[in-house]
Design a protein around this ligand. Structure first.
Ligand SMILES: CC(C)(COP(=O)(O)OP(=O)(O)OC[C@H]1O[C@@H](n2cnc3c(N)ncnc32)[C@H](O)[C@@H]1OP(=O)(O)O)[C@@H](O)C(=O)NCCC(=O)NCCS
Length: 170
């Protein structure tokens, strides 16, 4: 059962994001894509993510709205891979306000972005998230995603190396 069920009057409308929505979308993203969330991702949530995706793929930037309040958003793009005839859909950011999560908002957003990607000729949708983001992994499995591929993520702390070098005797 959803934690915060939405009654039929509150069923969110899914529509394209507009410039006026940027601040609200940005703040919802700040709430859900915390530093801990981005730790092992190469992308971090910032205002350029919104503006860049909006400028390149307006039709794939969606918000869920109820009574003038934005509850969540989906920002995506399409990718053509070299040597592949397929067009891929990449769902870059999907976020739902904490107080509305588990109320089917994410599912509605996903359904609409999937429809739009299909209309654009997308053959496969890709998402990525941390392996320990269980809610998201469960969510995407529920939407039919499978074939989970794990990849190794490594970091090299340049500051620490520089410090060590400078501390060394000549
Ligand atoms: C992932 C996220 C977008 C899901 O949105 P949501 O509106 O809460 O999801 P829904 O209510 O549509 O859930 C649909 C299904 O997903 C699964 N699911 C969703 N949240 C879950 C959770 N916290 N734990 C386990 N399963 C979960 C369930 O199977 C659920 O089906 P059910 O309602 O029949 O139980 C939301 O949790 C979120 O914003 N998370 C933080 C940001 C993030 O991780 N984004 C994804 C990567 S970009």
């Amino acid at each position: 059962m959803p934690e915060t069920p939405l009654n039929s009057e509150e069923t969110p409308r899914i529509r394209e994001m507009t410039v006026d929505d940027f601040p609200e979308v940005f703040h919802i993203g700040e709430e859900v894509f915390t530093a801990e969330y981005s730790q092992s991702l190469y992308r971090t949530w910032d205002e350029y993510e919104i503006t860049t995706l909006f400028n390149s793929d307006t039709e794939l930037c969606l918000v869920a709205e109820t009574k003038g309040r934005i509850l969540g958003f989906a920002l995506g793009t399409t990718v053509k891979k070299h040597n592949s005839p397929w067009k891929y859909g990449y769902l870059v950011w999907l976020g739902v306000r904490r107080d509305t999560q588990k109320g089917q908002v994410g599912s509605r957003l996903f359904k609409e972005i999937k429809r739009r990607m299909k209309e654009q000729g997308v053959r496969m949708i890709i998402i990525d998230t941390s392996a320990d983001n269980e809610p998201a992994v469960r969510f995407f499995q529920k939407q039919g995603f499978g074939d989970i591929q794990e990849h190794v993520y490594m970091t090299l702390n340049m500051a620490r190396r520089a410090k060590k070098r400078h501390g060394k005797k000549p």
